[in-house]
Design a protein around this ligand. Structure first.
Ligand code: RBZ
Ligand code: NIO
Length: 350
């Protein structure tokens, strides 16, 4: 039987290029390590791109959208109709990620996997219709096997389009009212954490909403406690857009395209991707620490140190997009600084 594509090997990272990048950093006119995370990011990008001069000229962003049945439990501060409305807003260029993508000169693709409030055909939106929404994970499995497979494939298809466009970085973003509930349940199940330690306010639920969210995640975890592996956990507790992000992260690692992880939702998808295909972890850079409560535990489980902590809690890939200018600076420093020898600056101990 053919191995499921999810399990196929990831591209091997270029360790010789990494060693050359580390050696170059040591020769640049600065005390070793003084540019901190900008140094390690440049070295990481060089090793992933297999280029002595890493570049982030062409950046690709896909926002995956999908609705969640669990919204019916009153776990979001906003109505479910917002998901479809925001798809239209992305298409018209008015969302935060639309502005950020324009500023970065990045390609922005929107993939609608199914919303209750159907935005219809919008320019720049690829529709991969799975259902109006997932099943309510507090009462049933979120997805069927076929829906999960199609969502994973939708993510891989975006990576294929990005590959054809010859991009140097892939960013995935999420849009789906109630998806912090889904992502939190998924993270709790994958990490064995308790809902009390993970559930946050998402779009800004009040204390009663927070208590409801904790109860919903707790009952979902007991309902799906017999889920046998990471794929089944993802099928039962995930969302269309979250599964598409998982598929995209794994496909990018297999294609050899570095990915920049966004906030909480994106990191939970990254965690699921790593559980399904552990070598995909090498291809991930982490952009920011979200204000959403559970993010710290998810980042710790991935041994991830994000570049920024701006108290952002939006999703849509907005945190990742905000970190791109820093990564571009990291590349420019790596490629453009003079070495001690070139500049005639003394590099030895005093
Ligand atoms: C106008 C608007 C734009 C958004 N863009 C991203 N999100 C973010 O908030 C939602 C998750 O939070 P919760 O679980 O509390 O519903 C997701 O749609 C996520 O992408 C938005 C939310 C709203 C309201
Ligand atoms: O960090 C995130 O991804 C996030 C946080 C709150 C709401 N939506 C997304």
């Amino acid at each position: 039987m053919e191995v499921n594509w999810i399990e196929r090997p990831c591209r091997v990272v270029d360790r010789a290029c990494e060693a050359r990048a580390l050696a170059r950093q040591a020769m640049l006119t600065k005390p070793p390590g003084s540019l901190g995370a900008l140094e390690s990011a440049a070295v990481h990008l060089a090793s992933l791109q297999g280029k002595d001069a890493p570049s982030l000229k062409n950046v690709w962003i896909t926002v995956f959208a999908g609705d969640h049945g669990v919204a019916a439990e009153g776990v979001s501060a906003f109505p479910q109709a917002v998901t479809g409305e925001m798809v239209r807003n992305f298409a018209r260029g008015g969302a935060a990620i639309s502005v950020l993508a324009r500023e970065l000169g990045a390609s922005l693709e929107v993939v609608n996997l199914g919303t209750v409030n159907d935005p219809g055909t919008c320019p720049g939106v690829r529709t991969v219709y799975l259902a109006p929404q997932t099943g309510n994970l507090a009462r049933e499995a979120a997805m069927t096997d076929a829906q999960l497979a199609a969502a994973l494939q939708a993510g891989a298809d975006s990576v294929e389009a990005a590959h054809t466009a010859d991009v140097q970085l892939f960013i995935a973003g999420d849009m789906g009212i109630a998806n912090t509930t889904s992502a939190t349940a998924l993270a709790c199940a994958l990490l064995g954490e308790s809902p009390q330690d993970m559930v946050g306010r998402g779009t800004g639920v009040d204390d009663a909403g927070l208590a409801r969210k904790v109860a919903v995640v707790a009952s979902a975890l007991s309902l799906h406690a017999d889920a046998s592996d990471a794929r089944e956990v993802l099928r039962r507790l995930g969302g269309f857009e979250i599964a598409a992000m998982v598929g995209a992260y794994i496909a990018a690692a297999q294609r050899g395209i570095p990915v920049l992880i966004d906030g909480f939702i994106s990191s939970v998808a990254a965690l699921a991707a790593v559980r399904l295909n552990p070598d995909s972890r090498c291809w991930m850079l982490f952009s920011h620490r979200s204000h959403e409560r559970g993010h710290a535990l998810v980042l710790a489980a991935l041994a991830a140190k994000p570049l920024l902590d701006l108290q952002m809690r939006l999703g849509e890939a907005s945190g990742a997009a905000s970190a791109v200018p820093l990564l571009r600076l990291a590349c420019a420093l790596h490629n453009g600084m003079a070495t001690f020898a070139e500049a005639g600056v003394s590099d030895g101990p005093a």
